[in-house]
Write a protein that binds this ligand. Sequence first.
Ligand code: AMP
Length: 436
Amino acid sequence: MKLSEIKFSDLDLLPELHKAVASQKFEYLTEVQAMTIPTTLTGKDLAVQAQTGSGKTAAFLVTIFDRLLKVPKKKTHGVCPRAIVITPTRELAVQVASDAEGLLKGGDLPFRILLAYGGVDYAKQREEIRQGVDLLIGTPGRLIDYLKQRVYHLGAVEIAVIDEADRMFDMGFIADIRFLLKRMSKYDERQSMLFSATLSDRVMELSYEYMNVPELVEVSPDKIVADRVTQALYHLGSTEKMPFLFGLLKTGEIKKAVVFVNTKHMAERLARALNHNGYPTAVLSGDVPQNGRLKVIRRFSAGEIKILVATDVASRGLHIEDVSHVINYDLPQDTEDYVHRIGRTARAGKSGSAITLACEDYVFTLPAIEEYIGHQIPVGEVKPEMFAQFEEPPREKRQFNPNNRGGGRDNRGGRGGRSGGPQNRQRSGRGSPRGR
Ligand code: AMP
């Protein structure tokens, strides 16, 4: 288990919760906890890619207990749990309840935790729930059974957790999950957290449908995915990249491509050129709001647009099926971004291709990337016939926007990033491609 450098004592928890955590001998947050707890404590919804063993259970339990302690209990008609955790198996439900009991005892927390799972104690579990419950942990079948009998209701749930969402799909529980989610308090009146070993398309669809614009947390860069992607790298001059890209498109092998660039400016310029030359393209940059992004992704998934030009900020957690190619038009400046980018293809066990164009502006990160992925990216031979002519689109009239000075680089939260330089050079290098 990877620990972070953040301590539980750094978190703004009530003394009894600090005591509960300390009783479990937790001192440092695990990596997953560090990436989730500071956000979930603010009440935000999260969809988290995390495996068993990562400390995910404590991540949502600490969040739940923090809420139950800090927010006064509301009066409800009938029995309604304040928090619910839905797990695919009874073993996992029992494990979660046992971890919760550990915290409860360690901190003398005044909550009633109950289990609802199939196979045993049908009448006993039902009677216990009838007496009232703060945190209900269960498997979908039994939870629905009692719900239908009106033993409890979900109309005032404050926190809902779906654990191992991908297994819910594998085990055919997804209609049940939807049934439960639909009967809960409204998505913006509760906090929802979803944990899953993979944030696959189907899991993401579920979270977008029932959660309140969840933030996505992907814990491990999928190095495994990187191994399934056929990678190639071409060394080019920066002004050669555009004709080379059109050459690639002309081969007809690229069915659906995400083209990554390092700046918003480049994204817009490239999309203009592609659209102008008959390749329907959309831009996904940090400027596009979340619902706009979803719309773009939907059009791309449906095949209405064939090419998506994206910056790294916009592509975090992007899940699209059947991306045949990822093209790194610009080499990323951050090693992890390379793995994230090429992981957009070859999803869900499929294979895919990643083509990287290295030019004099960005090639300097190549050694670090190759060290990070643990191998050299195979270099392809550049031949004259690989370039294609294209027409420059008419120059767009630019309006001065005082909020948009300084080159238009996505806000990268301080990670990597040079300023100026390459865009300016490329801007002055426009014009017809080299006649090779
Ligand atoms: P989980 O991934 O939730 O199944 O947790 C795996 C194991 O890690 C459990 O036995 C937890 O008790 C333990 N654990 C969770 N958080 C921490 C932490 N911050 N430090 C040490 N152990 C932890």
